[in-house]
Design a protein around this ligand. Structure first.
Ligand SMILES: Nc1ncnc2c1ncn2[C@@H]1O[C@H](COP(=O)(O)OP(=O)(O)O)[C@@H](O)[C@H]1O
Ligand SMILES: [Mg+2]
Length: 202
């Protein structure tokens, strides 16, 4: 609405810019709503999985195509690109999207974001590595908590603090593990590990 008002005062010239801004705001709002819906599904135990055997890199490739392009930032894929895992690819893609979007948001100066896949004996590990500001050691244990955000008062970036909580719930439900390594000044690595074959509990 604010944008339409500006348009009224500004009948020619800025239309494409205003439309672009409106689109970006809409995307932000719809992403926030989607996060809220996902979190409430998790709370009420309504996140149902459709686990299958799939090539982990395929969800990374899909999500790179769907993510808004960032001019300077390159996403590099390295490691065991043929590795397969057992889990729900739709949900697991959501985790990768969250990790990559967080890297864009909170490590904006990184020129490269690396997605690394390492095949182990019974599981496969995927990491998203940025060279951003890093995270204080005392904050690390809280990152996957519901509503937790570091710069709560700063209002610098929009967000609900639900993204990593949703990621942790998705990975747990897929019988995996999730975690983070980070050092101030050196960047962050958000990772998860998933089983390669069907587990009894699935
Ligand atoms: N790659 C990163 N580098 C630095 N801080 C990060 C990174 N990813 C997440 N964070 C921190 O973790 C917090 C929680 O992330 P998340 O659960 O996705 O919530 P949101 O993105 O909505 O704030 C963020 O607010 C941010 O402070
Ligand atoms: Mg987030």
């Amino acid at each position: 609405m604010q944008l339409l008002n500006r348009l009224k005062d500004n009948p020619n010239g800025h239309l494409p810019i205003l439309i672009d801004q409106a689109n970006k705001s809409m995307t932000k709002v719809s992403n926030l709503i989607e996060e809220l819906l996902n979190a409430s599904k998790i709370t009420y135990g309504q996140m149902h999985l459709k686990p299958i055997d799939f090539k982990l890199i395929s969800v990374v490739e899909d999500c790179i195509q769907n993510i808004e392009p960032r001019d300077r930032v390159k996403i590099k894929l390295v490691g065991d690109l043929q590795a397969h895992v057992y889990g729900d690819p739709v949900r697991i893609e959501q985790v990768v999207v969250n990790f990559i979007n967080n890297a864009f948001k909170y490590a904006p100066a990184s020129e490269n974001i690396e997605v690394a896949i390492v095949q182990g004996v019974e599981s496969v590990k995927l990491s998203v590595v940025d060279s951003g500001p890093g995270i204080n050691a005392e904050k690390l244990p809280h990152l996957f908590d519901r509503y937790y955000r570091i710069d709560e008062g700063g209002f610098q970036y929009s967000g609900l603090g639900l993204g990593l909580y949703i990621c942790a719930e998705i990975i747990k439900k897929n019988n995996g593990e999730i975690g983070v390594h980070s050092e101030i000044g050196k960047g962050s690595e958000f990772w998860f590990r998933l089983p390669m074959v069907k587990q009894n509990s699935m």
